[in-house]
Structure formats: structure tokens, C-alpha cells
Design a protein around this ligand. Structure first.
Ligand SMILES: [Zn+2]
Length: 470
């Protein structure tokens, strides 16, 4: 018998932790953080405490309270006894935080299986972020950390990486990862061969991106496998045909940037390599330089390692690295203590806001929301700002959005929205489901699981923590 239990990602977007138990072999498909659930209790200055181990997360049901899953140190810190791991593996679909981040809490002996590029991205995330117990996916520091332990090296997790089609086994379960197109490279769907038959898991995917053929590969393999069940994402089941595309983002943004006589600023998620490539191309085509941050360089250098992605290195002729003002504000080497900046200070292509102000029309600057204060140094006059991200969909995002608008108005920047989603639209999703035709459908990663019932497929709207037998 196979048992499926769904934690997180149920009636919400993301946060998936799907437990698959095939005659005692237990794997988790993803182990993500739910932004929505976390946001019910926490905000910027009201944070979960690392000083309570895993306690705050268990008490608030941000992770399920189940046995044999979590790190010894975090359990003991919370006053519980350590437990032997009862999970054989985590199979990770892609590197987005809502699928990956709470791997941070897992017992060190639980191996993680993910795509090769997915691992690169997790490493880039680690390199440029401050360590907290919510982002210790690659490795973790044993807690509590006393002063004498500061120099102790972190404990590394066991990773196994794959490429599309590389089947692997976890005891009796055979897993076939198939690449899918999503707004992050190294994203996979899985064809899982269990003792009861095949279970397909879509991960996050789409058909309107630059690599629809990868998603088609998944659909075809899943269809041929005649799955007894499919777990599907349903982020946008409530939309119809949207006609969005990366090509449209390219032509729209290029038109706006070419007609701007001053500085062009863009904001997009750097995990999205296709979006990076779009803006890199635009800058190149218009004879401009693309200015990125030291944080972005951590990602770009990993993408460059994957030859299939065909991305430039961070020292490319058309790329510049923007030096942030720190401490004295005079750009001296002593101002920088973050290792990811320090180790790149000798790059030949470093630029400051003062240099950019000399001829702003030569540049396209990638500036994320948290760095809008750099506008004070960049001082654009009649520039354009391209928001290449989704529009706000909750109250917190609305507030940030309003703040962003204040910055843009202050510096007289023309606002342009240009984006295409990482998630499959409703009509493509309906085609995907009816094409694969699983015997049973479990929609997750959606606020509208009921909408799947309209399809001619036996659908189960899942409940948090309930066990479904196959
Ligand atoms: Zn995703």
C-alpha cells in the first residue's frame, strides 16, 4: 500500500511537503516554506527565534509535528529528545524557497535529491545570504551556537544530483526526474514508480515559457506511464488563456528602454535565468551595459557553470558590478566585510553610482526593491523603471508596492509593468491534466482546488495532514 500525506501547499500557494510512504519507504516530495502561513504570525521585526530551536515552527504549525524528521540540535534546543531519522530521502523539484527552504530543519542523515542546476542555485542563495535557521539548506550550524563555537565548520547535508531522465532508486521506489519549464532553471517533475503503480508529480511548471518542449517531455512521459495518481500544482487554475510570453516581455521592455534618454532600471527575480537573459540581450542589442549587484554575481557565476543555460560570466564585456556604499561610504576595500563582496573586489568590471551618473543612458541597472535607496546615489532624472515581477497579490505586498511608487515618483521614473508568470495558465493546465489522464488527481499549490472538479478526472481535494491510501 502507498500512503500520501500532504503538509503545507494545501489551499495555499507553495509550502509543499508531500510525504509518500510505500510499504515503509518514506520520501518527502519538496519541503518548502509557506510564505502565507509564516505571514500569519511573523513580519520583519517579529521573527521566529533560533534561540528556541524548532519550537516556534512546530508550535505555529509552520512544519508538521511528526517523528523522525528533524535535526537533533533543534529538537534538543526545544527541550525534546533527538530522534532517529525515519525519512529515506527528500526529492526536491526546484530551488524556490516555497519548495526548498525548510529542508533547513531536516535531520542531517536525510539525503536530498535534486537537479544539478538546482543545487548550484541553492549554493548561490547560501553564498549571498545571512545565515538563519530558515535558510540552512546546503549546510547548518549546530545550535545553540556559543561564542567558543563560532569557528566550528557547518555540518554539510548529503546531496545527490541528477539530470533529466537519470532514474534513481530510494529502496524499492524508482524515480524518474523529467525537466520542466519554470521561472527557475533546474526545475523537474517526477514519475514515481511505486508498488501500487506510477504517481506523477508536476512540481511547478508552465507551457508559455521559452522551453515549453521540456514541459511537453514531462507530459509525454507521464502520459505513457499511465499514472494511478497525479499531484499537480494549480497556482493559476482560475485563469483562462493568458497569451503571455517571455518574447513579449523582451519586445515591450526593449521598446521602453530604447525610447528612454536617461537611466533604465529593472527589477526581476535573479533566480529566473530566462528573465536575466532577456535583459542581458536587450542591453546588448541597444549598446548598453547591464549593471548587476554582487549578490547577482553569485547566481550568474553558477549559471555560467551550466553550459546548457548559455549565460555570460559575471566579468563579461556587457556586465558591470555595482559597488554598494558601506560603512564610510567611500568605497574603500576596508568597508566590505561580506565575503561574497570581498572576494570579488578585484574584478575588472566594477562600477559605482557616481560613474553611472556621468552618462546614465549607457546603462541598464538591475535594482531590487530592497536597494531602492541607491536611487539617492544614482539620481536618475527622466528614467524608466521596469517592474518585471508579478503585481502585488496580498496586503503586505501592496504596502511595499506603494512605497516603491513613492521612490519612483520622487525620482521621476516612468513605471512600466512587464512580466510573464512562472506558472501554467488555467487553460494549459486543464489540457495537461486531461492529456495525462491520471486515475486520481490531487491538486495542491492552489487556493482553488475545487476548480479541478470541473474536469472529467477523479479529483481529491486534500486536507492538511490527512492520509490518502492508494
Ligand atoms: Zn516555483
Amino acid at each position: 500500500m502507498v500512503k500520501l500525506t500532504f503538509y503545507g501547499g494545501v489551499e495555499e500557494i507553495g509550502g509543499n511537503k508531500i510525504l509518500l510512504d510505500d510499504q515503509g519507504t518514506k520520501i518527502f516530495l519538496d519541503f518548502g516554506m509557506s510564505f502565507k502561513r509564516r505571514g500569519l504570525y511573523f513580519e520583519e521585526f517579529l521573527m521566529p527565534r533560533s534561540a528556541n530551536g524548532i519550537g516556534d515552527f512546530l508550535e505555529l504549525n509552520l512544519v508538521p509535528d511528526i517523528k523522525g524528521v528533524y535535526r537533533d540540535d533543534l529538537l534538543e534546543h526545544f527541550g525534546r529528545k533527538s530522534e532517529n531519522p525515519e525519512i529515506d530521502a527528500v526529492v526536491l523539484s526546484h530551488a524556490h524557497a516555497d519548495h526548498a527552504n525548510y529542508i533547513s530543519f531536516l535531520h542531517k542523515d536525510i539525503p536530498i535529491y535534486c537537479g544539478e542546476t538546482c543545487k548550484y542555485i541553492l549554493e548561490a542563495v547560501k553564498e549571498q545570504s545571512q545565515r538563519t535557521i530558515e535558510n540552512e539548506v546546503i549546510d547548518y550550524k549546530q545550535r545553540p551556537v556559543f561564542k567558543c563555537d563560532y569557528r566550528k565548520p557547518p555540518i554539510k547535508r548529503k546531496f545527490h544530483t541528477f539530470r533529466t531522465g537519470n532514474k534513481f532508486h530510494i529502496d524499492s521506489i524508482e524515480i524518474e526526474p523529467i525537466h520542466v519549464d519554470h521561472s527557475v532553471p533546474g526545475a523537474y517533475g517526477f514519475i514515481i514508480h511505486t508498488s501500487e503503480g506510477v504517481i506523477a508529480y508536476t512540481g511547478d511548471l508552465r507551457m508559455h515559457g521559452l522551453h515549453a518542449e521540456m514541459t511537453s517531455d514531462f507530459i509525454n512521459t507521464a502520459k505513457e506511464a499511465k499514472p494511478i495518481a497525479m499531484i499537480t500544482e494549480g497556482t493559476r487554475i482560475d485563469t483562462g488563456q493568458t497569451n503571455e510570453s517571455e518574447e513579449k516581455v523582451h519586445s515591450h521592455a526593449k521598446k521602453e528602454i530604447s525610447s528612454c534618454k536617461d537611466l533604465a532600471i529593472v527589477d526581476f527575480n535573479f533566480k529566473d535565468v530566462d528573465r536575466f537573459t532577456t535583459f542581458y540581450k536587450i542591453a546588448k542589442e541597444l549598446g548598453k551595459k547591464l549593471v548587476i549587484s554582487f549578490k547577482h554575481a553569485c547566481f550568474l557565476e553558477r549559471y555560467h557553470k551550466d553550459k546548457i543555460l548559455r549565460t555570460p560570466d559575471s566579468t563579461d564585456d556587457h556586465i558591470l558590478l555595482l559597488k554598494p556604499k558601506r560603512l564610510t561610504g567611500t568605497y574603500i576595500d576596508d568597508d566590505y566585510s561580506d565575503y561574497y563582496i570581498k572576494k570579488r573586489l578585484n574584478y575588472p568590471n566594477i562600477i559605482t553610482a557616481d560613474d553611472i551618473r556621468k552618462k546614465p543612458s549607457d546603462y541598464v541597472v538591475v535594482l531590487n526593491f530592497w536597494y531602492l535607496n541607491m536611487l539617492v546615489d544614482l539620481k536618475p532624472e527622466n528614467g524608466v523603471y521596469i517592474h518585471s515581477l508579478s503585481e502585488p497579490f496580498n496586503e503586505e505586498m501592496e504596502i511595499s508596492y506603494e512605497r516603491m511608487m513613492n521612490w519612483l515618483n520622487q525620482f521621476n521614473l516612468k513605471f512600466v509593468q512587464s512580466h510573464c508568470s512562472g506558472h501554467i495558465c488555467g487553460s494549459d493546465l486543464k489540457n495537461l491534466v486531461t492529456d495525462i489522464k491520471p486515475r486520481l488527481l490531487y491538486p495542491i499549490h492552489t487556493e482553488h482546488p475545487d476548480m479541478f472538479k470541473k474536469l472529467d478526472i477523479n479529483t481529491r481535494v486534500v486536507g492538511e495532514g490527512k492520509v490518502y491510501k492508494l
